[in-house]
Design a protein around this ligand. Structure first.
Ligand code: SAH
Length: 216
């Protein structure tokens, strides 16, 4: 992809969650946001291209596909939900990317001594990208995602977290051997997919973070 606009355009036709599961906090990343996340990693930090990338909670694989289109060598998506996985497979065909694999696993379960985590570590991912559950349904799941990301990312992690948790996230990242920087603040529109919300949309403040490993 030579231009941000082309990347955004390529993500536009991809399917999002057909029936979002609120328990799993399935909020699709818009083409606008997904393209800017990956473009920033690619252009400002020379990451993604020629790298091995892991996408935690990959959903319908929008971020994985964005990484592939930015020239990632290999992308592995990890997702728990069967319905999202089925849609993701269709999206991979639609996007015509062949360097993306997706597996079904519970990211939280990787955080305890897990044989799968050990084999994932051996894959030597450079970068982890994720739009994790924010922890509004299952307390601390956002932190569990960050912990798993810190075990898999050789160099850096790109992630979204609620702005209200900024100080805590920064300290947590430090304790995991990473230095964090908020690259952008945004209003994240949790749309009508979440039918239990009374309002049609619910804006929450979200930070776009880059975490860089400071020690192994
Ligand atoms: N990355 C996707 C989806 C973001 S929403 C996108 O950018 O569009 C968060 C995703 O995390 C959902 O797909 C949800 O099903 C998944 N998820 C939630 N809890 C999970 C868990 N414990 N293990 C793996 N995936 C999980």
């Amino acid at each position: 992809m030579r231009r941000l606009k082309d990347l955004e355009g390529a993500l536009q036709p991809l399917q999002r969650f057909s029936q979002a599961n609120p328990e799993l906090e399935q909020y699709a990343t818009s083409s606008h946001l997904a393209s800017r996340m990956l473009w920033t990693a690619l252009q400002s930090y020379q990451e993604i291209a020629d790298q091995k990338v892991c996408d935690l909670g990959s959903g319908t694989s929008v971020l994985s596909i964005a990484a592939a289109l930015c020239g990632a060598d290999y992308v592995l998506g990890i997702e728990l939900d069967e319905a999202a996985l089925a849609t993701a497979k269709e999206n991979l065909v639609e996007a015509e990317v062949d360097q993306v694999d997706i597996i079904r696993a519970d990211v939280a379960a990787l955080n305890v001594d897990s044989p799968l985590l050990e084999s994932l570590k051996r894959a030597n991912f450079d970068t982890v990208i994720m739009n994790p559950p924010f922890g509004t349904k299952k307390a601390h799941i956002d932190i569990e995602f960050l912990e798993v990301a810190s075990k898999l990312a050789g160099t850096s992690i790109y992630s979204l977290h609620k702005s209200s948790t900024r100080d805590y996230i920064e300290k947590k990242a430090n304790s995991l051997g990473f230095r964090g920087q908020v690259l952008a603040e945004m209003r994240y529109d949790l749309p009508k997919t979440m039918s239990f919300h009374k309002k049609a949309t619910l804006d929450i403040q979200v930070d776009f973070w880059r975490f860089e490993r400071i020690k192994k």
